[in-house]
Design a protein around this ligand. Structure first.
Ligand code: VG1
Ligand code: CO
Length: 543
């Protein structure tokens, strides 16, 4: 029954990236690593005394043990209550909802999202603030500063409770409440969407496949899609969370969700397909024989959101991350609403959502969400699509064809070059940045450079400035490419090259994406001097 004050030393590299601290699992499992970072979270937010936190994760290897440490440290730091998902499970959007619903002081979410899990794979910890969203930069900077000066951490010697048992227990005077991870979230979804219309859709014989990718959304999808909405048993595949995600990458894109892609491309494909990632905040949307790019999905959801009760009164505005295609901007113009372009990472949407300036937000990386929580939300996106399909009573193919016929089509792809030598990746970015002014006005193949931008964002709500958020080369006519380095990787540098080619409504709207992008890919590779700078000729992953 005592708090132990343990001496420690700062550990290098505990700097949160795009979405919290992500490292290889063995790094997190090293003595003192979790302890140092968690103590730094508490120190960085002005202490834990008297506070309440939500704690949960995506169930990956080391999730339960890290949660036990966090509970004992929260108690020793004077927290009064910790709400934790049964089995240590909480999807990221469900955690965001619980933080808001219970008016807590924030939450600690354990996940490396779409990265693989296991003893030699990836792990992550991030802190979310009381609005339910990822800590903004000023908070992550304070946490990082604390990691560089830490001298002690506090931990209780009382064991953490058994997380498989629902209910209340006491750890050194702090209440631990183990809750069902699904029920609050499922109830929230019921308030946003027309569940009766979706039930009727399934009642009409509509079929669907949801791939939970052995990750956290399995229990949520079973409860909502199959039990509540009446989707046929077996609609959810890979629905039992496993610590190593069945040995795969729980990344919902055509590369890693190949099982779903094969199902959706088969002659016997269901009407609708979807997948979510490790921690449940990403989504992939497919129709029969058709993949919908996340950027297009954001645009189509924005154009059709009023079909769902929560958005029936219209949207206040929409926000997308810089590399996300400009498709949604055209919809915003049509709707007469504001559109915002933010840096990569959900933390930049928080102020816009809190201020009521944006209702929907999205990223090209399969993230879409709304003001119902402060994280992107995979199942929410699936349910909004289902609500729209039910209400319009048209196929996804019909809806997307009509969309492109009205707005034109932003053909889009992202090329990732992984585990590039960090010095070479930095040199590529530095060289392009320096060349940006001189590119303007030059012609490359069919493209003339309209602008070259080192993207900087001034938050319209609090005025904070985030510089160096990626490089954009835009061409006359609306096509463009962007380059930035990943802030979630755990090995070397990952170069992300985002490619977008706009086709007006009178052009060919049904081209294969790689064909539509072939010229801009060649021009982009040439301008960034890819082969010379990296030694690579092919991307590792195309999404
Ligand atoms: C990636 C994506 C970004 C996303 C982030 C976290 O970041 O590009 O859009 O917000 O992952 O998503 P980066 O810095 O590697 O490009 V998740 O689902 O990991 O919480
Ligand atoms: Co994720």
């Amino acid at each position: 029954m005592t708090t132990i004050v343990t001496p420690t030393q700062p550990i290098d590299g505990q700097k949160p990236g795009t979405s919290g601290l992500r490292k290889k699992t063995p790094v997190f499992m090293a003595p003192g690593y979790v302890e140092n970072f968690v103590q730094s979270i508490f120190d960085g937010i002005g202490g834990a005394e008297g506070k309440t936190f939500v704690v949960g994760g995506d169930g990956r290897y080391f999730n339960d043990s890290a949660i036990g440490t966090i509970i004992r440290m929260a108690a020793a730091n004077g927290a009064v209550r910790v709400i934790v998902g049964q089995g240590g499970l909480l999807s990221t959007p469900a955690a965001s909802h619980l933080i808001r619903k219970n008016k807590t002081d924030g939450g600690i979410i354990l996940s490396a999202s779409h990265n693989p899990g296991g003893p030699t794979a990836d792990f992550g910890i991030k802190f979310n603030i009381p609005n339910g969203g990822p800590a903004p930069e000023k908070v992550t900077e304070a946490i990082f500063a604390a990691t560089t000066s830490i001298r002690t951490y506090r931990i209780s010697d009382v064991a953490a409770p058994d997380l498989s048992v629902l209910g209340l227990s006491d750890v050194d005077g702090m209440t631990v409440e183990v809750i069902d991870p699904v029920s609050d979230y499922a109830e929230l979804m019921g308030t946003l969407f027309d569940f009766d219309a979706i039930k009727a859709l399934f009642g009409r014989g509509f079929t669907m496949c949801f791939d939970a990718m052995h990750a956290v959304t399995g229990p949520y999808a079973h409860a909502i899609l199959e039990k509540t909405l009446g989707a046929a048993p077996g609609t959810v595949i890979n629905g039992v969370p496993s610590p190593d995600f069945g040995g795969g990458h729980p990344d919902p894109n055509p590369v890693w969700a190949k099982e779903l892609v094969d199902i959706m491309m088969a002659e016997t494909a269901p009407d609708f397909g979807a997948a979510s990632d490790g921690d449940g905040d990403r989504n992939m949307i497919m129709g029969r024989g058709q993949f919908v790019s996340p950027s297009d999905s954001l645009a189509m959801l924005t154009a059709n959101a009023t079909h769902a009760p929560a958005y029936a009164q219209g949207l206040s505005g929409v926000a997308r991350s810089m590399p996300t295609s400009q498709a949604v901007d055209r919809v915003a113009v049509d709707l007469g609403i504001e559109s915002y372009e933010t840096p990569t990472g959900w933390k930049f949407f928080g102020n816009l959502l809190d201020a009521g300036r944006a209702t929907l937000c999205g990223e090209e990386s399969a993230g879409t969400g709304s003001n119902h929580v402060r994280e992107k939300d995979g199942l929410w996106a699936v349910l909004l699509w289902l609500n729209i399909l039910a209400s319009r009573d048209q196929s996804l193919a019909e809806i997307s064809a009509e969309h492109w016929a009205k707005f034109g089509r932003n053909y889009y792809a992202r090329h990732d070059f992984e585990a590039v030598d960090t010095a070479r990746a930095n040199d590529l970015v530095d060289t392009l940045r320096a060349a940006l002014p001189s590119l303007v006005g030059q012609t490359f193949g069919p493209f003339t450079v309209a602008s070259g931008t080192n993207f900087s964002y001034t938050d319209p709500v609090d005025g904070s400035v985030s510089d160096n958020q990626g490089l954009i080369v835009a061409f006359d006519g609306g096509s463009r490419f962007a380059v930035r380095l990943s802030g979630t990787g755990t090995e070397g540098a990952t170069i992300r090259l985002y490619l977008e080619s706009y086709m007006a409504p009178e052009g060919d709207l049904t081209l294969p994406v790689d064909e539509a992008l072939s010229e801009i890919v060649a021009v982009a590779y040439d301008i960034i001097d890819l082969v010379v700078k990296t030694g690579r000729t092919e991307p590792d992953v195309v999404t």
